[in-house]
Structures are given as C-alpha cells and as structure tokens.
Design a protein around this ligand. Structure first.
Ligand code: NAP
Length: 346
C-alpha cells in the first residue's frame, strides 16, 4: 500500500497545473489521484484532455486518470488539493473542497488577502501556517493556504533577509514579466512580439499588499502587516519563463558596504539551503541575472540576485529573477505542501 499522501490537482490542464503534474511525477511524499479542470476537459483521460506544453509527454501515472469537473464532489481519500484554477472559479471551488475536509494550497488570488488565510513563502514566513488554526469554518482538517503572486515570491525572497537585518522602509520595483505568467494561450503573440506591454491588471496592487502581509508578523490569530511603502510598475515582456524585478530599497539601518548587504542574503541562503535548493543565488557577474541563463537555477526554485549597487535615490538597488511557473507557482505550492506535511498538518 502507498504511504504517499493522495493529492487532487485543481486546474491540472493549465500552465501551472501541468508543472504541478510534472513536479509530482515520482514524488516521494505525494501521489496524484485526481485531476480537475473545466467541463471542456471533464470526462476525458488527462493525457487526451491536456494540451501538454512541457517537454516530453504527460507522466503515464497521471495520463490515464479521468478529468473531473470543478463542480464535481471532491475525490474520495484526497486529503490535499493543489489548486491552479482560473481565478474566476477558484474562490467557490476551493471553499467547497475546504468545507469537505480537504486542505487546499492555492495559486489563485481570491483568498490571498483573507485575514485568516496564510500567504506563505515557507523560508520567509512558514510560521504564518499557524493561522490555519483560526479557520474554524472548515471541518475535519479542511482549510485554505495561499501561494503568493509569482512576482511577489521572488521579490519577498530578496526583501526578507534585508528586512530582518536592516528593516526595509521603502521599495521601488519594476517587474518584467514573462508570457507564461498570463496562462495559456495568454497574451496574443501579435501583441507581445517586438513589444513591451506596460499593464498587467491588478499586479501592482498585489505586489504591494501581498509583500506587506508576507513580511508581516504573526500576532495571535492575525498578521501585523509590515509597514513598508512600495511603488510597483509591472510590464509584460516577450520572454517565455522567468520574471525579472529591478528593485531599489531604503533601509532603516544602513549597511556599511555592499558586502554587509549581500551577507544578509548569503546567510539566508545558507540557513534555508539544507539538503534542498537554496532559495537565493547571488551572481557576481556584471550582466546577470538573465531569464534564459538563470531561471533554472536550483531546478527553478532559486531566485537569482545580481547587480547589487548603491542607489542615489533610495540607498541600494539590485535585480532579482525567479522562474514564475516553478518557484512562483507550482514549485512554490509544492514547497508549501511539504511544509504542511513536515508540520504534521496532513
Ligand atoms: P491557465 O493556463 O489558464 O489554466 C487554468 C486552469 O483552470 C485550467 O486547468 C482550466 O481548465 C481551469 N479552468 C478554467 N476555467 C474553468 C472553469 N470555469 N471551471 C473549472 N476549471 C476551469 O492558467 P495558469 O497560468 O495555469 O494559472 C492558474 C492559476 O494560477 C491562476 O489563478 C493564476 O492567476 C495563478 N498563477 C499563475 C502563474 C503563472 O506563472 N502562470 C503564477 C502564479 C499564479 P481547462 O483546461 O479545462 O480549461
């Protein structure tokens, strides 16, 4: 008999869902037993319903599973659901699963800012998972935890060590976000090739509010948001995967030099590297990070920081790049699920 935790993937046919299916292939702790998508895909074997966009074929262990519709009853026995549903359907579906006693880890935005829903980057604020104890409305171990917005994850991995060491007071961030961040088929190619689109609806607000929650402090059954000011601008660029963020920060305590600043990141990477991939990689090269060269660092789980230097306006500036569908979505979700398992919540 399998000792692995049975898992449902909600939105399994989408960009992030496919990454989840691929990352869970042969996973030692979790086993995919159910795949959920829209009525368009329901009733067909996953391997036939999915328009597979990753190299190779869908894993044989999942290809034969029949896709069910999001409004079907949750699969029997699946205690955990990893959700990458379209935001339009995510709120109701995830609540229904949680009410049925399923612990849901969601990539979608609707629940992220709900007061008692943990919004977690495990290395940064894994302690916020304790908020689950306040979700009394869900019976039998059900609940909802959220994975942050894809750009927010890379940004907060870079900001958290600085916040801890020096106190982050203000942030100016400009993101250059990949096409895959808009799902499939996403932005029409004729809009994106030879172009830069200076609008990703809702993204600038998400970066600011989600960062304040993640960098905030657990105080009993709620989060005291971090008191940092943030000005964000978000652009869609013709890159397949990998979100780049150009960041300037004003810090409460001034590092003596660049070594002291970078030392905070190195200490964080060493603290959380363990046996797995380090959350941060520091590049010394003058022209890195770059999406094509750095998005796969740490199998897509490490954010790469480079070009750290003084900023004449806010004090310090740097560039951080992270893989949006791995660290920023499927891989981040899996890391949250692993933290839940390690904390005895599954
Ligand atoms: P996507 O490629 O458009 O996939 C959406 C998934 O939702 C598909 O499985 C689709 O099933 C399903 N779906 C759509 N409408 C539905 C309906 N009415 N009922 C049931 N299922 C429905 O999107 P994605 O990029 O994977 O994003 C998924 C979620 O993760 C979104 O909430 C997004 O905001 C979030 N997210 C995405 C990224 C990223 O980098 N792409 C990063 C972080 C978070 P069918 O195939 O059957 O239509």
């Amino acid at each position: 008999m399998s000792a692995r935790v049975p898992v449902s993937i909600l939105g399994a046919t989408g960009t992030v869902g496919q990454r989840l299916v691929a990352l869970l292939d042969g996973h030692p702790r979790f086993e995919v037993v159910s795949v959920v998508a829209s009525a368009r895909s329901a009733g067909r074997a996953y391997g036939e319903a999915v328009h597979w966009r990753l190299p190779g074929e869908p894993p044989p262990s999942v290809a034969g599973i029949e896709v069910t519709a999001a409004d079907d009853t949750p699969a029997e026995g699946a205690r955990l659901a990893l959700s990458s549903l379209d935001p339009g359907i995510a709120r109701d579906t995830e609540e229904r699963f949680a009410r049925a006693g399923v612990l849901v880890v969601s990539n979608a935005s609707p629940h992220r800012m709900v007061e008692d829903v943990p919004l977690v980057v495990p290395e940064v604020n894994g302690d916020h998972l304790a908020l689950l104890d306040a979700q009394k409305r869900y019976p039998d171990g059900g609940g909802i935890v959220c994975n942050p917005n894809c750009s927010t994850i890379g940004l907060t991995l870079a900001l958290a060590p600085l916040h801890r060491a020096f106190g982050v007071e203000a942030v100016e961030v400009t993101t250059l976000q990949a096409a895959s961040g808009a799902g499939y088929p996403g932005v029409p190619s004729t809009d994106l090739i030879d172009n830069v689109v200076p609008l990703i609806p809702g993204e600038e607000e998400k970066l600011a509010e989600e960062s304040a929650k993640i960098l905030g402090r657990l105080a009993g059954r709620s989060i005291e948001f971090a008191a940092l000011q943030m000005s964000a601008q978000c652009f869609r660029v013709p890159v397949t995967d990998g979100h780049t963020a150009s960041v300037s920060v004003r810090l409460g305590r001034r590092p003596k030099n660049v070594e002291e600043l970078v030392g905070a990141w190195r200490a964080f990477a060493a603290e959380h590297g363990g046996d797995g991939e380090p959350p941060l990689v520091i590049s010394e090269a003058p022209d890195r990070p770059q999406p094509r060269l750095d998005r796969d660092a740490g199998a897509g789980m490490s954010a790469t920081i480079g070009r750290t230097r003084r900023c004449p306006v806010l004090g310090w500036r740097f560039v951080v790049l992270s893989h949006n569908t791995i660290r920023g979505a499927a891989g981040g979700t899996l890391k949250v699920a692993e933290a839940l398992a390690a904390g005895g919540r599954l």
